[in-house]
Write a protein that binds this ligand. Structure first.
Ligand code: ADP
Length: 720
């Protein structure tokens, strides 16, 4: 009985714990009851029992029997309550979440209402709809955009996907689908603008005007794309800006240098986080019109790797046959690029992928002569820098500011800085831009000072460094003015080192006198033409050929070819048959830190070598360029214009060029042709005839090693 009593009590407590509603005093009382019958009678009325069950317990007289029946019923009750609890918990869990959101939403609504932001959602969607209507999209695009708006509307307000859709819609409505600036294709006006912004470049301007004239007559932009090729700072970008200005179009410039990923051109798919359209569409959006002049800079610097081939995407954008429906991965709808005027720039033509090059009309900018640089400096760079440094009189400064605000991209205030008494270089009539006669009250840079900057502080094909140096002078003067020194500064040639420091280049010939074993070559790279010296030294040895100065494979092979040529000419050069067996030959090309390559140094290498071997000095005012074959034939080279300009800059008087480059001579400025003699050669023998001076008289015996020290097999004058 005792055990039964405990078990019943236990079960009763379990029931209470499971949530059965029992008055607390009952729970307390039953624990103190000692009589088994009474215990059963106290508990039974608190249970949810069916009437027959209650009757059964009532009819059982023995307390023990009563307790036994009760435990069975209690156990059933425990189980039922247990299941009930499970069900309740599950229901509560599910109800809880939806209800919570519901409550929060209702609260948010009330807060928004209180703040007066009622129904923001509705307004946002409506706004998108009206913007889409106004954006001038094609039906296809419009349909797509509306679909996105519908999706946005159905989404919970703060759903993360909503952000993606909003950004996408923002892009769609911001693009100039049918917004265009008025086109003005007046060739005369275009000519005027080009002349106003740029000195010289007559051929380039002609080509551009012809290009525009054809466009005007044919009434379409379909056709090749202009590609400006030339070293940095020769005005490629600024001519592009001028074209835009003369046509009344917007100007956009995008640099392609280092672009390797197709997605940079064509955009990322929207599935990527932070996806954006490619550079083309970004540029179009920035310009705000669908017919800008779009400059793709450094098209020769695009790369290609596992992320796809950007040039293929570019091709699609540039090709007039396809670009009516340019597809950007992000936009997913076609954009019409057929009204865009694409212009590309490059430093070199060769690295441009062939498929792209094919569709381009190349206009080359060879670089400037010293006189041209001076004129550009006087007419454009000095006034521009004065304006940028606030050195113009207040009215002119004000005017410049206004103009800059009207069109930021066209700094075109042109003022003459030189005093009227200054000697001026004649400017051909057609090139002379209209020049305002505003002088700076603070600064005057004399012409010979400018010339000194050109000669001693810059050595470049373009004028970028020149502009920088002029800016330095202006900056220093601006400081003086700002510090309260009001007197006008006149910068003379002698004062230039005070402003710019010691000179950086020696103007004129590189060598002081005709040298044995050193020849002057002409090179051409993406920064324009340059002059290099090639040095050869002979040492006693066993026929080893050493090449230093970071030469590329092609150049090393040229050196081998040059040596073979000299060996085959041993007799003419007055050498022993097997002279090379007793000699080590060291060829060096300064500057040693800069990698060099290319075949066009061939004849220079051979000349330096022949000079060292024959002891005949090379004329120091002769420079040369040309590839050499084993039998001494001279083959044509590229970049003659640039090389010719570099030779002229360096004060060279004679330039030896391959016969087959004769056709390129027409492109060389007359000024250069007047001062430099171009000798065309077909064979290395002719090169040596021109370049080598006769052997020095043997009077300087004291300079030579004593006879007994000399190895009779070595050419004269070799160090013992
Ligand atoms: P690039 O694009 O060829 O590297 P930029 O167009 O940037 O060169 O030219 C560099 C600077 O030289 C610009 O300030 C430009 O106005 C000036 N410039 C270059 N050529 C001329 C020229 N023929 N007449 C006037 N300014 C020039």
């Amino acid at each position: 009985t005792e055990a039964l009593m405990r078990s019943v009590l236990n079960q009763f407590q379990q029931i209470v714990e499971l949530g059965k509603n029992v008055p607390p005093e009952v729970v307390l009382n039953v624990t103190h009851i000692e009589d088994p019958g009474r215990l059963a009678d106290m508990i039974t009325p608190n249970l949810t029992l069916k009437v027959p069950d209650k009757q059964q317990i009532l009819e059982t007289a023995s307390p023990r029997e009563r307790l036994i029946k009760l435990t069975v019923m209690l156990q059933r009750e425990v189980e039922i309550l247990d299941v009930q609890r499970d069900i309740r918990e599950k229901v509560e869990r599910e109800m809880g979440e939806t209800q919570k959101e519901f409550f929060l939403r209702e609260q948010l609504k009330t807060i928004q209402q209180e703040l007066g932001e009622r129904d923001e959602r509705g307004t946002e969607v409506e706004e998108y709809r009206s913007k889409i209507e106004e954006a001038g999209m094609t039906d296809e695009v419009k349909e797509r955009a509306f679909k996105e708006v519908d999706r946005l509307e159905k989404m919970p307000f703060a759903a993360p996907e909503g952000v993606v859709i909003r950004t996408y819609l923002d892009w769609l409505v911001a693009l100039p689908w049918s917004k265009a600036t008025d086109e003005r294709l007046d060739i005369k006006e275009a000519h005027r603008v080009l002349d106003e912004d740029h000195y010289g470049l007559a051929k380039v301007k002609d080509r551009i005007l012809e290009f525009l004239a054809v466009r005007k007559l044919s009434g379409t932009l379909k056709g090749p794309i202009l590609c400006f090729v030339g070293p940095p700072g020769v005005g490629k970008t600024s001519i592009g800006k001028s074209i835009a200005r003369s046509l009344g179009r917007k100007f956009i410039r995008v640099s392609l240098g280092g672009v390797r990923d197709e997605a940079e051109i064509r955009g990322h798919r929207r599935t990527y986080i932070g996806a954006l359209p490619g550079r083309i569409i970004q540029g179009i959006k920035q310009s705000g019109s669908n017919n800008p002049v779009f400059m793709l800079d450094e098209i020769d610097k695009i790369g290609q790797d596992f992320r796809g081939d950007p040039s293929a995407a570019l091709l699609e954008a540039l090709d007039p046959e396809q670009n009516g429906a340019f597809s950007d991965h992000y936009l997913e709808v076609p954009f019409d690029l057929s009204n865009v005027m694409f212009v590309t720039t490059a430093n070199l033509l060769d690295p441009i992928p062939a498929a792209l090059r094919d569709r381009m009309e190349v206009i080359s900018f060879p670089g400037y002569t010293e006189e041209e640089k001076l004129e550009i400096c006087k007419q454009f760079l000095v006034p521009k820098q004065m304006r940028d440094h606030g050195l113009l009189p207040p009215e002119a400064q004000e005017e410049a500011k206004e103009e800059a605000e009207v069109d930021e991209t066209h700094p075109e205030v042109v003022v003459e800085s030189a005093a009227p008494t200054q000697p001026t270089v004649d400017v051909p009539e057609s090139n002379a831009p209209e020049v305002g006669h505003t002088e700076s009250p603070y600064l005057m840079i004399q012409e010979d000072a400018l010339q000194r900057i050109v000669r001693e502080y810059t050595r470049e094909s373009g004028v970028r460094n020149l502009e920088r140096e002029v800016a330095t002078v202006c900056r220093k003067v601006a400081r003086k003015v700002a510090e309260g020194e009001t007197e006008r500064t006149t910068v003379t040639a002698d004062a230039i080192p005070d402003y710019l420091g010691p000179k950086r280049y020696t103007w004129g010939l590189a060598e002081e006198q005709d040298e044995i074993g050193a020849a002057t070559g002409l090179t051409w790279s993406e920064v324009g033409g340059d002059v290099i010296a090639i040095e050869v030294t002979l040492l006693r040895g066993q026929g080893k050929l050493t090449l230093t100065g970071q030469l590329g494979d092609v150049m090393k092979e040229s050196a081998q070819a040059a040596l073979s040529y000299c060996r085959s000419r041993a007799e003419t050069l007055g050498l022993e048959d097997n002279f090379y067996r007793k000699l080590d030959i060291h060829i060096h090309v300064p500057a040693g830190a800069i990698p060099k390559d290319g075949p066009s140094a061939g004849i220079t290498l051979a000349t330096a070598l022949a000079s060292a071997l024959s002891k005949r000095p090379v004329r120091r005012d002769v420079a040369m360029t040309g590839e050499i074959t084993l039998r001494g034939r001279v083959l044509p080279i590229g970049g003659l214009k640039e090389k010719a300009l570099a030779a002229h800059r360096a004060g060279i008087k004679t330039v030896i060029i391959p016969k087959e480059n004769e056709k390129d001579l027409v492109e060389i400025p007359d000024k250069v042709k007047a001062e430099v003699e171009f000798k065309q050669v077909g064979h290395m023998d002719e090169v040596l005839e021109i370049a080598l001076a006769p052997a020095p008289e043997a009077t300087e015996t004291e300079k030579r090693p004593k006879a007994k020290d000399r190895n009779p097999s070595l050419p004269a004058g070799l160090p013992a």
